[in-house]
Design a binder for this molecule. Structure first.
Ligand SMILES: Cc1cc2nc3c(=O)[nH]c(=O)nc-3n(C[C@H](O)[C@H](O)[C@H](O)COP(=O)(O)O)c2cc1C
Ligand SMILES: O=C(O)C(=O)c1ccccc1
Length: 389
């Protein structure tokens, strides 16, 4: 019998014969509350929080929940295969870990632990520019695990160039350029606690270890850490960037480039015109534009505009295997998940992240099987109905 992601279900029940139950809930929507009970209000608020009054984050969930799966019967689903090819790389399932900065506020093992979890499960890890550990160390922790690099496109060209060179040298195969964060949004949960992790130096590891970044400082980081932090704050993002600037990235990166944070079909067309390879339909988990369109509502329009010219990925609000099913049926090739794995990390380190990956994919596998699909390939708009919930 072939191995299926769904086998995790029986592994749990069989372990139960000795009295063991899973260390974390298998309904991942419960992780946020648990994390809130175990970690401080600052870190939990930072991860769970979103822009404005939270309406974008709620809309993300509502847009996924409103769409309902229409299962089909008697279609031989005894052998299933969740594997896909994304950006020219074979993946065991249509899932990657989203770039999440400042992970050390969740757990001291931070990015290396999450990256090891991803590698152990065969899922790509997208390392944030704002990781808590330099990219070289994360790459080493991953062995030959698939790794993609997320770029915060800095004001300073030399720093951007240096990041691209370093990422290439340590085996990151694809570049994800985040476009939706030229400024940090109005985030009341953080504002009310006056909590911003990188003012404490968290999430600056790639910068403080970078020769081009250090060249821009009057004094070495250890002599004036506050000045180094302020330099980071002033340069890590650049609201002056426009589409023609992408040429610089195209010239300095050999592999696929994916634009993260695309919601408008015309921006997908521009991505094609500027020689990009893919987009992530995302509103940054509701953390940037308050009142933005739900990511799942924006997905079909971008998929249509992209045609077969772009790889279309999706994130923002994925919490369950059936959410993944719905995103695939709306046309995404794969999804990224952010907060759930950050909570898994906070609650149980590497094992917690592996738990999150295994739950999502076991649930996806079962949702596919029970709905009459032997894999993601044949999903389409026909498999969904508009519901009321
Ligand atoms: C705490 C936190 C930090 C994040 N940091 C980054 C980042 O450094 N770069 C980036 O492109 N996106 C970042 N994101 C956005 C995620 O990549 C992703 O778009 C989002 O979390 C998806 O929504 P979800 O959390 O509902 O899965 C961050 C999200 C969170 C929650
Ligand atoms: O908090 C975020 O959403 C985010 O993208 C970010 C930006 C800068 C540093 C760390 C995370």
């Amino acid at each position: 019998m072939t191995k299926h992601w769904a086998d995790f279900q029986y592994e749990i029940y069989l372990n139960g014969m000795t009295g063991a139950v899973p260390r974390l809930p298998t309904d991942l929507t419960r992780l946020e509350e648990l994390t809130g009970q175990r970690l401080g209000p600052g870190p939990v608020g930072y991860v769970a929080g979103s822009a404005g009054n939270g309406s974008t984050a709620r809309a993300n969930r509502a847009a996924l929940e409103r769409r309902r799966i229409v299962p089909r019967m008697l279609r031989d689903v005894h052998e299933r295969d969740l594997s896909v090819e994304v950006l020219g790389r074979p993946l065991p399932a249509p899932l990657a870990l989203a770039p999440v900065g400042v992970l050390s506020i969740m757990h001291p093992d931070a990015d290396p632990a999450a990256a090891r979890a991803a590698a152990a499960q065969g899922v790509p890890f997208i390392l944030s520019s704002a990781s808590s550990t330099p990219m070289e160390q994360v790459a080493e922790a991953m062995g030959d695990g698939e790794r993609w690099f997320q770029l915060y496109w800095a004001k300073d060209r030399e720093v951007t160039k240096s990041f691209l060179d370093r990422a290439k040298a340590c085996g990151f195969t694809a570049l994800f350029v985040t476009l939706d964060t030229p400024l940090l949004a109005w985030r009341p949960r953080d504002l009310d606690q006056a909590y911003l992790p990188f003012l404490h130096g968290v999430g600056t590891a790639n910068y403080f270890s970078d020769p081009a970044f250090r060249a821009g400082l009057a004094k070495p980081v250890h002599e004036d850490p506050n000045a180094a932090v302020m330099h980071f704050v002033g340069m890590f993002a650049d609201p002056a960037k426009t589409w023609p600037d992408l040429e610089f990235l195209r010239e300095n990166w050999d592999g696929p480039i994916v634009l993260k944070g695309v919601l408008h079909p015309d921006d997908a067309r521009r991505a094609v015109d500027t020689g990009m390879d893919g987009v992530v339909v995302s509103n940054h988990g509701g953390r940037q534009v308050a009142g933005a369109v739900a990511a799942a509502d924006a997905l079909p329009g971008v998929v249509e505009a992209a045609g077969d010219r772009l790889t279309v990925l999706f994130d923002s609000g994925i919490r369950t295997g059936d959410d993944i099913f719905k995103a695939l049926a709306l046309g995404a090739e794969a999804v990224l998940v952010g907060r759930p794995y950050a909570y898994g990390l906070g609650l149980d380190g590497q094992a917690g992240v592996e738990h999150v990956i295994r739950c999502l994919l076991a649930e996806l596998d079962l949702t596919l099987a029970l709905s009459g699909h032997a894999g993601p390939a044949d999903l389409g708009a026909d498999d969904l109905a508009e519901g009321t919930a």
